[in-house]
Ligand binder design. Structure first.
Ligand code: ADP
Length: 426
């Protein structure tokens, strides 16, 4: 029997969910991240759960349906407050999905007021007078105006959110936030009396977010990037503490799987190979010859890994330089090449799991999705941070408990692979 959770979070993408979970853990909450809406009850005693959806760019009606599904599950686990997490660059289209999902959650929670702020000062995202800055420039000058799926051509969040909402959007500006929670509460009451239902809140520093926190205590719904999370655990009597990130002791063999071809990952693969530890390179063109050829490679990797696993980590990688990737894509097609490598790494994951691998480092966002699915993981407890935005996690698989860390392309220092695994040792 587990206790009721305090904070229930709905994230509109997978790595965004981990980013939020990581911030909550660092602020003192024990957190589980789920992959999609679980079909079973929560299997751990934690303060918060982050349900990771993939709802950022799907049609608004589907994003609403998935978010309401997540809400119902979180309510069934006892969540006292709901946190709708979106990107700190407010990634959305004129149709949504931030506005429509926010309004649907408000209706379901019977609340007529919430806030919206993507501010994440640690990552250079600040909101001033309702305008979102990325580093030193406005959102619409940051490169985000060219984003292929969600081009952000206006930095004024009140206007952006108003365009995708039915209800009135207002602003709690920095002068008010600077005066502290009482002033914010008074301003929110004033806006509410004017008929405003969603307030964009300025924040240019972590101090702003910490001052904002107490003013959010009684809101059934908070909508934000991951930054606002640092001010919420205190509302539940929780503060930063080392036990929030504590995971069970690690055991079993270690493997690193890399399907990311991003710059940082290429450096990490090169650095690991330079340590002299065993590494196996996958050749997508050899995999593409036939399903039998691919199955043979999987068997070959497992046979190769077996003697090495007793003495330390092995690396299996499809990581390649941009020219090599382009050549493969030209022959196989971009999607087919990606799917083939992901499928093969998933098969290798299952093979290595059977060989006793219980500590996993996975590089690549899409690759992580494939490996997590292959491991049969639906819930992960979030542990200590390895590098900004990348924590260790603990999860149950049909073969037993595992530790894993999921690193998206450009995250992590050059020695990330060995550093991460060394951190798990007692
Ligand atoms: P990142 O987080 O760096 O973007 P992803 O795993 O999300 O990494 O995406 C990398 C994609 O490239 C995956 O679909 C993967 O299967 C594919 N891929 C990996 N290696 C190769 C390669 N050598 N040739 C072509 N595609 C590859």
């Amino acid at each position: 029997m587990t206790h009721a959770i305090r904070l229930g979070c709905i994230a509109d993408d997978f790595t965004g969910a981990t980013d939020l979970a990581n911030n909550l853990v660092r602020a003192g909450m024990r957190v589980v991240q789920t992959i999609g809406v679980p079909s079973e009850p929560l299997g751990a005693d934690v303060d918060a759960v982050v349900v990771a959806l993939k709802s950022r760019t799907i049609p608004a009606a589907q994003a609403i349906a998935q978010s309401l599904d997540a809400l119902r599950w979180l309510q069934a686990q006892g969540a006292e407050q709901i946190y709708f997490k979106y990107c700190s660059t407010f990634d959305s289209t004129p149709e949504g999905n931030i506005g429509p999902v926010t309004e649907a959650l408000m209706a379901a929670l019977h609340t007529d007021f919430t806030i919206a702020t993507p501010a994440f000062p640690d990552n250079g995202r600040t909101v001033f007078k309702g305008y979102l800055f990325v580093g030193d420039v406005l959102l619409n000058e940051s490169g985000m105006q060219h984003h292929p799926l969600t081009p952000m051509k206006d930095a004024n969040l009140v206007r952006v959110l108003q365009a995708q909402s039915h209800t009135a959007v207002g602003l709690v500006d920095h002068r008010c936030v600077a005066q502290g929670a009482q002033a914010v509460l008074a301003r929110m009451a004033e806006l509410q009396a004017q008929g405003v239902r969603i307030a964009v809140v300025d924040a240019v520093s972590n101090d702003d977010l910490l001052r904002l926190g107490p003013a959010l205590k009684h809101l059934p719904l908070v909508t934000a990037g991951s930054g606002v999370a640092i001010g919420l655990p205190a509302n539940f009597g929780l503060s930063a503490n080392p036990t929030a990130s504590q995971l069970p002791a690690a055991s079993g063999a270690q493997a690193i799987l890399s399907g990311s071809c991003s710059t940082a990952t290429r450096g990490q693969v090169a650095q690991f190979i330079a340590t002299g530890r065993p590494a196996f390179a996958l050749d997508p063109l050899a995999l593409a010859r036939s399903p039998e050829a691919a199955a043979q490679v999987v068997a070959q990797v497992c046979a190769w890994a077996t003697p090495h696993l007793a003495s330390g980590p092995v690396l299996v990688y499809a990581t390649a330089e941009p020219e090599a990737v382009k050549a493969v894509q030209a022959q196989l097609g971009v999607d087919a090449a990606g799917a083939l490598v992901e499928h093969t790494l998933a098969d290798i994951t299952r093979g290595l799991l059977a060989l006793g691998v219980r500590q996993w480092v996975v590089a690549g966002g899409e690759t992580s999705g494939a490996c997590v699915q292959a491991l049969g993981i639906t819930q992960m407890q979030i542990g200590p941070q390895i590098d900004p935005g990348v924590p260790w996690c603990h999860a149950h698989t049909p073969a037993g408990p595992v530790h894993l860390t999921l690193k998206s392309g450009n995250f992590g220092s050059a020695d990330f692979f060995t550093k991460a695994l060394a951190q798990l040792q007692p």
